[in-house]
Design a protein around this ligand. Structure first.
Ligand SMILES: Nc1nc2c(c(=O)[nH]1)N[C@H]1C(S)=C(S)[C@@H](COP(=O)(O)OP(=O)(O)OC[C@H]3O[C@@H](n4cnc5c(=O)[nH]c(N)nc54)[C@H](O)[C@@H]3O)O[C@H]1N2
Ligand SMILES: Nc1nc2c(c(=O)[nH]1)N[C@H]1C(S)=C(S)[C@@H](COP(=O)(O)OP(=O)(O)OC[C@H]3O[C@@H](n4cnc5c(=O)[nH]c(N)nc54)[C@H](O)[C@@H]3O)O[C@H]1N2
Ligand code: SF4
Ligand SMILES: [Mo]
Length: 700
């Protein structure tokens, strides 16, 4: 057995569970990953990605030097491979990047730049990123993948209770009495959380209702499985509320003390009978009754959800309908209850917390509130733009219409993750300047002018904040490849050059010794973080924000006494159909999402051992549909939508219902987003990745 020269504790770079890992190091290589048994949140558990998937760090194709496009300045911009770039020194690349961006800001103003920060990078990286965008470029056009993810959950929870973080902690899961999992394929996407949920059911007798169109693994141990037609969630949850009100299973004390609008809300449910919902969703009325009774009658009950709820043209309504259920039953504000949107990326919670959003500074402090803006202006010593910036999809629209001239993309891969890629590419090609900062040459890099090589989680220090708001450290374990630099270092240097180019007399302040000094600046300006420091995290492993002072223990569950909005608002809703329904030409519903072994655009997992386990793009087709079309398991087929077509290998399986096919979006050679449409939820602006219409064709 190899003996480690060093074992370095860190946080898994994949999902929002935030598992603690021990990396075993010899001769600057990670050769094994284990999980410590005594530390939250995973207590010795890991999934395939944490254990076997972090060898991407050592992949030979890591970016090692800054790159400049050979035909820089040529228009229209074409996609080029690595051979379309030449290596450059850091001096040259940073000078040129600052010169190009400054020229656009000088001519068109800061709002002509669109920027994307990263739920893969640390809180400290993202704090500096938004400081550069707000304090130097002078715009609030900053957003990140949360917009394509839990934006609708955020909008729905803001409307009803005024806060959007997961309300309860992972530690409470194994002691649940009853819970609902909906639109979350938990065993594949939050695998370690799924083991605690399973323990609650199998060991501790908790009751579980899974509400999902696909026969995901969670259904195997569920008491109730409601298999709705995709996109019909509002009907189901309204009908459950109807049952709870009609059978008087609600919590009157909680409704009186903590909510408003019950009378009108109850009235609005009159026609939302389980039979009505059965007609729309296909779920038998009695199953809806049983699930409603299970949830309402439990002493304590929680709701967990994922993208099946959020990524929909009625995602906000979906989230509101779940909040309504928690508010009428009082299943919130206590341990073992709550409204829990499971956060996806390792640091998506933290990226939002650190101000990577167009409307808020760190800690969700509004940019258009003069007092708050004044606080940041004083601290940074500069004037700030008072206007709320654009969201991800609004930046795409502005780029198309010519208002946005340049993109700065750090640690995202929009040319895989945005809907309707043909359109997305067209928009990208029309930009004047594209700056990219990543650890790999991804699909978006093909459109970049300058590429800055960043270090990965295994080479730098900082913090990630997991799904239950637990702030945890990452620690450098191996040296940076080539000349790659930490994101925050690159950003600080770029910011200072930009300030010079733009002739700024005062610097907003980008000289930091290390990430802990960056955290301290953010915490000084953000009440919820004031009790957290890197030194405290070294001692205590992790702390849940809000944590207002050093002697505060942190907050594992929220809303014990009240909601940020005061009372919870019960909100009547109308059922609306989805944006694109199947027809004769496109007779199938396409649902897209994830598999256990891969991550988003595949940049990381397809450069790891996991690629050997799951090397090909697939489509799930129900046996009845396969038979009708003469398709056999293993056949390559063409899948077509109004926007594009791809070729994928068929899995014949009852996991997807008849009439619906499922394609994971991890494979560049058959990108699911060639097919998806960019219809959006009106409030949250999130695209509907779960419902587009497609046709299937057997290939000869
Ligand atoms: N292995 C792996 N894990 C990941 C990721 C990854 O790429 N790979 N990504 C991470 C990220 S960023 C995120 S956001 C999470 C996402 O985690 P999930 O939300 O669990 O991921 P999806 O695969 O998008 O699954 C959505 C679920 O919604 C269901 N669904 C589809 N349509 C509907 C509908 O109309 N209503 C309801 N109620 N359900 C529906 C699908 O059947 C599926 O079970 O995963 C995180 N974890
Ligand atoms: N069809 C379809 N599309 C979807 C979804 C879906 O369900 N279906 N889900 C949506 C969701 S929920 C999400 S969250 C988005 C995700 O969309 P993205 O965030 O665009 O996807 P990732 O592939 O995670 O991109 C992360 C990038 O960061 C880089 N990276 C990793 N570590 C670091 C680092 O330390 N520093 C820097 N600078 N870069 C780093 C990686 O190489 C990669 O290029 O996709 C969305 N798109
Ligand atoms: S559950 Fe998430 S955080 Fe834990 S090892 Fe797997 S991918 Fe990493
Ligand atoms: Mo996500």
């Amino acid at each position: 057995m190899i003996e480690a020269q060093e074992v370095v504790r860190s946080t898994c770079p994949y999902c929002g569970v935030g598992c603690q890992i021990d990396m075993y190091i010899k001769e600057d290589q990670i050769f094994r990953v284990e999980a410590p048994f005594d530390v939250a949140p995973n207590f010795g558990r890991l999934c395939a990605k944490g254990r076997f998937g972090i060898d991407f760090v050592q992949h030979p194709s890591r970016l090692k030097k800054p790159l400049i496009r050979k035909d820089i300045g040529e228009s229209p911009r074409k996609a080029v491979g690595l051979e379309g770039f030449r290596e450059a020194t850091w001096e040259e690349a940073l000078d040129l990047a600052a010169e190009k961006l400054a020229a656009i800001v000088a001519q068109h103003g800061g709002d002509a730049v669109g920027t994307f920060c990263s739920a893969k990078a640390t809180n400290e990286d993202n704090y500096i990123f938004q400081k550069l965008v707000r304090g130097v470029l002078g715009t609030n056009n900053v957003d990140h993948c949360a917009r394509l993810c839990h934006a609708a959950s955020v909008a729905g929870l803001q409307l009803t209770i005024g806060s959007s973080a997961m309300s309860n902690s992972i530690a409470e899961m194994k002691d649940l009495d009853a819970f609902i999992v909906t639109g979350s394929n938990t065993t594949e996407t939050h695998p370690v959380i799924s083991t605690f949920l399973r323990e609650a059911v199998v060991r501790n007798g908790a009751k579980l209702a899974v509400i999902d169109p696909r026969q995901i693994e969670m259904t195997e141990f569920a008491d109730h499985w409601l298999r709705q037609k995709p996109g019909t969630d509002v009907a189901i949850f309204q009908a459950m509320a109807h049952v709870i009100v009609h059978e008087e299973l609600y919590n009157s004390d909680f409704i009186d003390d903590r909510t408003e609008g019950f009378g009108e809300y109850a009235k609005s449910l009159a026609d939302c009978t389980p039979e009505w919902a059965e007609g729309l969703s296909g779920v038998p009325a009695d199953q809806i009754r049983d699930a409603a009774r299970m949830y309402a009658n439990a002493e304590r009950a929680a709701i967990y959800w994922g993208m099946g709820i959020s990524q929909s043209v009625h995602g906000t309504d979906n989230a509101v309908s779940l909040a309504n259920l928690a508010l009428i039953t009082g299943h919130i504000g206590k341990p073992g209850t709550g409204l829990n949107p499971l956060r996806g990326q390792n640091n998506v919670q933290g990226c939002s917390d650190s101000g990577g959003l167009p409307n808020v500074f760190p800690g969700y402090q509004l940019v258009n509130d003069p007092d708050i803006r004044g606080k940041f202006e004083n601290d940074w010593g500069i004037q700030l733009n008072p206007d709320v910036g654009l969201t991800t999809m609004e930046m795409v629209d502005a780029a198309e219409q010519g208002g946005i001239k340049a993109y700065f993309v750090m640690g995202e891969n929009p040319m895989m993750s945005e809907p309707d890629l043909r359109h997305a590419r067209h928009v990208m090609a029309s930009l004047e300047f594209v700056l990219l900062q990543d650890i790999f040459f991804n699909e978006t890099a093909e459109y970049a002018d300058i590429i800055l090589p960043a270090t990965s989680f295994a080479e730098k220090a900082g913090t990630f904040t997991n799904s239950d708001r637990r702030v945890q450290l990452i620690r450098p374990a191996v040296p940076a490849p080539g000349e790659a630099r930490d994101d925050w270092v690159i950003l600080s240097e770029l910011a200072q050059r930009l300030e010079t180019e733009l002739g700024r007399e005062e610097s907003a302040g980008f000289e930091f010794d290390d990430p802990s000094a960056i955290w301290d600046e953010m915490a000084r300006l953000t009440p919820d973080f004031q009790g957290i420091s890197h030194a405290r995290l070294q001692r205590e492993d992790g702390v849940h924000w809000p944590c207002p002072s050093e002697d505060h223990p942190g907050t594992p569950y929220l809303f014990e006494d009240d909601f940020p909005s005061g009372r919870g608002r019960l909100t009547p809703l109308d059922y609306r159909p989805s944006a694109e329904l199947p027809n004769d030409e496109y007779p199938f519903i396409l649902s897209t999402g994830r598999v256990l072994y891969h991550w988003h655009g595949g940049t990381m997992t397809r450069r790891s051992k996991l690629e050997d386990i799951y090397p090909e793009p697939t489509v799930e087709v129900h046996p009845n549909d396969a038979e009708n079309l003469g398709i056999a398991a293993g056949d390559w087929i063409k899948v077509r939508s109004r926007r594009g077509e791809i070729q994928v290998r068929t899995l014949v399986t009852e996991r997807s219902p008849t009439g619906t096919v499922f394609i994971p979006f991890h494979f560049a050679e058959a990108a699911a987003n060639e097919l998806t449409l960019d219809a959006r939820d009106p409030q949250a602006k999130i695209p509907d990745y779960k419902m587009s219409a497609v046709a299937l064709e057997k290939l000869n």
